[in-house]
Design a protein around this ligand. Structure first.
Ligand SMILES: *[C@@H]1O[C@H](CO)[C@@H](O)[C@H](O)[C@H]1NC(C)=O
Ligand SMILES: *[C@@H]1O[C@H](CO)[C@@H](O)[C@H](O)[C@H]1NC(C)=O
Ligand SMILES: *[C@@H]1O[C@H](CO)[C@@H](O)[C@H](O)[C@H]1NC(C)=O
Length: 307
C-alpha cells in the first residue's frame, strides 16, 4: 500500500520533471501543406506558391466552397489572416474560420463573418458548441474597428484545457473559461480546422431580412499566414495535457483590459444578455472571474442564430 503510493509519487514526479520542454511555435504554414479542399473544389484556389488560398461563392456554385485541415488537433493555437469579400452588397454571405470535431456530439469553436447591405460593414460573430449542444448557441457579435474587406487581419483561436480565447490581430476579444457549470459544453474533442464561404441568407443579415444576391458578383475570401501550433491528434501520446504546455495558458491582465475595452466599444450582441432566447441565462454567464462577460457592454440588434 505504502509502496504503491510511493511509486505513484515517483511516477508523477518523473513525468512532471521530464515533460519535454516545448516552446510556442508561431511559424507560418503553407495552405497546401496543412489543408485540402472540402467541397466545390474548383472554387478553392491556392496561390501558385501554395502559401495562401482564395475561396468563393457565385451564381454557379451557390452553395459556396471550403477547405479543411489535413490533421485533427487536440488543443492548439490557430491563426488565419483573412480578407473578406469586398462586394458593395454581401448580405446573406457567411465566411468562416473555425474548428470542429467529427464526433456525433460535436464540438465547435467559430469565427463567422456575416455579410452586409450596401450602407453597412461586415459583422463578426464568435460561438462555441460542446458535446453536441447545438441548440444552445453561445454567440457574441461585434463590429470591427476596421473594414475587414479592405485588408488582411489575423484571427486567432487559442484553445487549451482551461480556456478558449478569440483574438483579432493582437487583441483578445473573448475569453471562455472552462468553468464546471458548463460541463460537457466546453469543447474537449479533437478538432479539424475549416475555412468556408456559404449562403446563410436565412439568418446572417438582420435575421434573414436581406438575402444573398449573386448579381453583386462572386464573393471571394482570401486566407494566408496560417499558424497551426496545435497538438496533432495522431501525435498526442495519451492525454492532451502533454501538449498543452506549448500553448499560452491564458491572457495577461494588460491583455484582459484591452479585451474589455474592445468589448465595451464593439460588442453588439451577447447570448448572456438575450433573455428572450434564454429565460434563465446559461450557467457560465453569471460566473465571477476572468471569464465573465462585462455587463456594461452595449447590447443591441439582438437577433440570433437559430439553425
Ligand atoms: C514549427 O512549426 C513548423 C511548421 O509547422 C515546423 O516546420 C517546424 O519544424 C516547427 N519548429 C519546431 C522547433 O518545432
Ligand atoms: C498578422 O500576423 C503576421 C504573422 O505573424 C504579421 O506579420 C502581420 O503583421 C499580422 N497582421 C496584423 C494586421 O496584425
Ligand atoms: C455529452 O452528451 C451526451 C449525450 O447527450 C451525454 O450522455 C454526456 O453525459 C455528455 N458528456 C458530458 C461530459 O457532459
Amino acid at each position: 500500500m505504502l509502496f504503491s503510493t510511493y511509486l505513484r509519487f515517483v511516477i508523477l514526479f518523473t513525468i512532471t520533471i521530464f515533460k519535454p520542454s516545448v516552446s510556442l511555435n508561431l511559424s507560418i504554414v503553407q495552405f497546401t501543406e496543412a489543408f485540402t479542399s472540402l467541397y466545390n473544389n474548383q472554387n478553392v484556389v491556392p496561390s501558385i506558391d501554395g502559401k495562401s488560398v482564395e475561396i468563393s461563392m457565385n451564381q454557379w456554385t451557390t452553395s459556396g466552397s471550403g477547405f479543411i485541415s489535413r490533421n485533427a488537433y487536440y488543443y492548439g493555437l490557430f491563426t488565419a489572416s483573412i480578407k473578406l469579400p469586398n462586394n458593395r452588397y454581401s448580405a446573406g454571405v457567411v465566411a468562416t474560420f473555425y474548428a470542429q470535431s467529427h464526433e456525433l456530439n460535436r464540438d465547435e469553436i467559430d469565427f463567422e463573418f456575416l455579410g452586409h447591405i450596401e450602407s453597412e460593414k461586415w459583422v463578426l460573430q464568435t460561438n462555441i458548441y460542446g458535446n453536441g449542444s447545438v441548440n444552445k448557441g453561445r454567440e457574441e457579435r461585434y463590429t470591427l474597428p476596421f473594414d475587414p474587406s479592405e485588408d488582411c487581419h489575423n484571427y486567432t483561436i487559442l484553445w487549451n484545457t482551461g480556456r478558449i480565447v478569440f483574438y483579432v490581430d493582437d487583441c483578445p476579444i473573448r475569453e471562455v473559461e472552462n468553468v464546471e457549470s458548463m460541463g460537457g459544453d466546453f469543447p474537449s474533442q479533437p478538432m479539424f480546422l475549416y475555412g468556408t464561404i456559404w449562403d446563410g441568407s436565412d439568418w446572417a443579415t438582420q435575421n434573414g431580412k436581406y438575402r444573398v444576391d449573386f448579381q453583386h458578383g462572386s464573393f471571394v475570401t482570401s486566407y494566408s499566414s496560417f499558424v497551426i501550433n496545435g497538438c496533432r491528434v495522431d501525435q498526442v501520446e495519451s492525454t492532451p495535457m502533454e501538449c498543452d504546455i506549448a500553448l499560452p495558458s491564458g491572457i495577461s491582465d494588460i491583455e484582459r483590459s484591452k479585451m474589455n475595452v474592445f468589448r465595451s466599444k464593439y460588442m453588439t450582441y451577447s447570448y448572456c444578455h438575450d433573455t428572450a432566447r434564454y429565460r434563465a441565462t446559461l450557467p457560465e454567464c453569471g460566473v465571477e472571474g476572468p471569464g465573465m462577460q462585462p455587463v456594461e457592454a452595449p447590447i443591441s440588434g439582438a437577433s440570433s442564430r437559430f439553425i
